[in-house]
Design a protein around this ligand. Structure first.
Ligand SMILES: Nc1ncnc2c1ncn2[C@@H]1O[C@H](COP(=O)(O)OP(=O)(O)OP(=O)(O)O)[C@@H](O)[C@H]1O
Length: 232
């Protein structure tokens, strides 16, 4: 479903150049759950941005169901994201002036779907927020806001869910619950999930863990055997 082919990427700032990826090739199959781990500043977020078509590689290709993202124009990329991707950010990124229901319905409203509200309501029920539909983000706890963000990312049944440290801004207990929810919903719907996390307990629950370090993406043989891992 996703194929990274000889992908290289760097940022240039003045005279300095930061290499993020150097000639990386990886395949991610449909339905797989893949965790991206690695030290701070190694480029995990940048990699997610590449997968979403929000950054362009310096060389190589990101293939999404055989389509090379770097050959698509802005509108084509926006359509692809709207129809096929759901994105969960660490800091929720909810619209403060919209209720939980309106936030969750947003991707379907944008797509002009008449059943936007019904579907959003059903999705909020699935994430356990059926009783908070009319609350604004400021009236919700961190874990509840993240559950609205997950509902919004999944409401249009995307093929690919990208999550950037979805449990990073939450206390341990809430983070673990959100991680389980995301993995559970993913297993139910069979979507492909690529998530960035520092939480090795969460990563170990995925099918594969890829570690980003020095511009290389290397497979962890067994998540449970990585030094900072805890048993699932
Ligand atoms: N737009 C940009 N221009 C220049 N440098 C950037 C830009 N975005 C990110 N960087 C640099 O690229 C490197 C990778 O950033 P990125 O956010 O992808 O890392 P990360 O692995 O997700 O980090 P963290 O785990 O701390 O969130 C960092 O050193 C960052 O300072």
């Amino acid at each position: 479903m996703i194929r990274l082919q000889n992908l290289s990427m760097h940022y240039t700032l003045g005279d300095s150049r930061i290499d993020i990826l150097r000639d990386v090739s990886v395949n991610i199959a449909a339905g797989e759950r893949v965790a991206i781990a690695g030290p701070s500043g190694t480029g995990k977020t940048s990699l997610l941005l590449l997968l979403a078509g929000l950054e362009k590689p310096a060389a190589g290709s990101v293939l999404f169901d055989g389509r090379a993202l770097e050959t698509l124009d802005r509108d084509q990329l926006a359509d692809l994201r709207r129809d096929q991707m759901g994105i969960v950010f660490q800091s929720f990124h909810l619209v403060p002036s919209l209720s939980a229901l309106e936030n969750a319905a947003l991707p379907l409203e944008i797509a002009g779907r008449r059943d936007a509200r019904e579907r959003a309501r059903a999705m909020l029920d699935r994430v356990g927020l059926g009783g908070r539909l009319d609350h604004y983000p400021g009236q919700l706890s961190g874990g509840e806001q993240q559950r609205v963000a997950i509902a919004r990312a999944l409401v249009h049944e995307p093929k690919l869910v990208l999550a950037d440290e979805p449990t990073g801004n939450l206390d341990d207990r809430t983070g673990a619950a959100i991680g389980e929810l995301l993995l559970h919903l993913n297993a139910e719907s069979g979507t492909t999930l690529v998530l960035v996390t520092h939480d090795m307990r969460f990563a170990a629950q995925c099918d594969r863990v890829l570690r980003l370090s020095g511009g290389r993406l290397v497979e962890s043989e067994s998540p449970a055997e990585t030094p900072d891992a805890l048993p699932a």
